[in-house]
Design a protein around this ligand. Structure first.
Ligand code: BGC
Length: 448
């Protein structure tokens, strides 16, 4: 039997991507550099800071029973050691709103953005960050822990190493570009202007130095050194200890970005090394956790020469990676080979303009989750990324992952068919198989 009573069917967001005006954060600062690599600044984003009641009500009306969101460190501790009680009250109200709608709040303490002061002190490569994060986690837990059951410490804690690998490839291209920019442009499939990019990088270094005191600020999503990689996981452990000291029963976990690393003949060693780097080498840091947040979007394939491009003719998402919802089941099964705690899918989603493709993606992904649950894998919930069309970091607002569309001029919300479709899965597995849905999900049910 799958999707037992209490299985979470939810949606996820992150503070910076939806709230708007996160002015004390490192991202806000970088978005406003004259030579920023962001296509646009986050600005008011989805104004979720002021409109969360409407958004949570829409989520609940569609039948969803969980909302994963993050609290923003740069709001709560805008200056080192100065905690802002009013921001805690804001998040207390968000949590209360979830509960009033019968929705489980799943809170993330750090979703990529940090306060500027932390980055000025060396950011995510500085030893002192561990203690700063512990203190922040303890503060939030002391204030809000009594109202929560689930805390994710850090979102996609492995992102820095994935970026380090990309940046190694990028550096090679840049070196080639320095010798001959035109020939280098031919080595990548997308149209790139290396001359302009290198020029920008020089300016950006000086502009960063002005704000962060260093030309190369170590924000959370910078490429990590092996020491920085360990630091992130030690910060998780320190935060977990602080949370458990206050609320021993709190379910605490970290989330990881995990690809379905597939080997074609001859690619086994590459696929295995990739999985080791993305997941296996972290086990000593997370093995005792209550749960792992699994975040998956697609697969990557490896051949005898290493990583392969998307298969010929594959359907691509707006993000230019492959539409491949089956990856989620493979990742859940693979994680289970080594990790003993519960699993929660804290993110899985797709950026497409045609919402019927999102419905298809969710259906195929959830079929895989059902098979895992039927096989006794302890998957406790599924949160789709994302509740709203939102600020997709450097790519701005052009990527539409949301179950709800947001009009950029008026901030008006329009729920998509996929929101209703996802909501139809909520309630106990028995009831959804027999058609007796819970009262919140009483609406015409889409055919699956
Ligand atoms: C991140 C989100 C991001 C999503 C889609 C995940 O890596 O946690 O912040 O928006 O992927 O790219």
């Amino acid at each position: 039997m799958a999707f037992p009573r209490g299985f979470f069917i939810g949606a996820a967001t992150a503070a910076h991507q939806v709230e708007g005006n996160n002015t004390n954060s490192d991202y806000w600062a970088q978005e406003h550099l004259p030579h920023s690599s962001f296509v646009e600044p986050s600005g008011p984003a989805c104004d979720h800071y002021n409109r969360y009641e409407e958004d949570i009500a829409m989520l609940a009306e569609a039948g969803l029973n969980a909302y994963r969101f993050s609290v923003e460190w740069a709001r709560i501790e805008p200056e080192e050691g100065r905690f802002d009680e009013r921001e805690i009250e804001h998040y207390r109200a968000v949590i209360a709103c979830c509960k009033a709608h019968g929705v489980e709040p799943i809170v993330t303490l750090l979703h990529f953005t940090s306060p500027v002061w932390l980055i000025r002190k060396g950011g995510w490569e500085a030893e002192s960050t561990m203690e700063s994060f512990r203190r922040y986690a303890a503060y939030v837990t002391e204030k809000l822990g009594g109202e929560l059951r689930y805390i994710c410490t850090i979102n996609e804690a492995n992102m820095g190493l994935q970026l380090a690998a990309i940046s190694r490839r990028f550096t090679l291209m840049m070196q080639q570009a320095a010798k001959n920019p035109k020939s280098a442009e031919g080595t990548v499939q997308v149209g790139m202007n290396f001359e302009k990019m290198m020029e920008n990088m020089q300016y950006a270094a000086a502009e960063n130095a002005e704000i962060f005191g260093t030309p190369q600020p170590q924000i959370f999503v910078s490429s990590r050194t092996p020491e920085g990689d360990r630091l992130v996981f030690r910060a998780h452990q320190a935060a977990k200890e602080a949370i458990k000291a206050l609320y021993p029963d709190m379910k605490v976990g970290i989330t990881l970005s995990l690809h379905d690393c597939q080997a074609l003949p001859g690619g086994e060693a590459f696929a295995d090394a990739a999985w080791d780097e993305e997941f296996r080498h972290y086990l000593p840091f997370i093995q005792g956790d209550d749960f792992l947040g699994v975040q998956n979007y697609t697969r990557t394939q490896y051949g005898p020469e290493g990583q392969l491009p998307c298969p010929e003719g594959a359907e691509l998402t707006q993000m230019d990676y492959e539409f491949y919802p089956e990856a989620l089941e493979n990742v859940l099964r693979r994680v289970r080979e080594d990790f003993r705690g519960d699993l929660i899918v804290t993110e899985n989603g797709v950026a497409v303009s045609d919402d019927s493709r999102r419905v298809a993606f969710i259906r195929r992904a959830l079929e895989g989750v059902e098979r895992c649950v039927d096989d006794g894998i302890p998957v406790k919930g599924y949160c789709y990324w994302s509740l709203l069309d939102n600020f997709e970091w450097q790519k701005g607002f052009s990527m539409t992952f949301g179950l709800i569309a947001v009009n950029r001029q008026t901030q008006e919300r329009s729920p998509k068919e996929s929101l209703r479709f996802l909501g139809s899965y909520a309630g106990s597995y028995d009831s959804y198989k027999t058609g007796a849905v819970n009262s919140a999900a009483m609406m015409p049910r889409p055919t699956r």
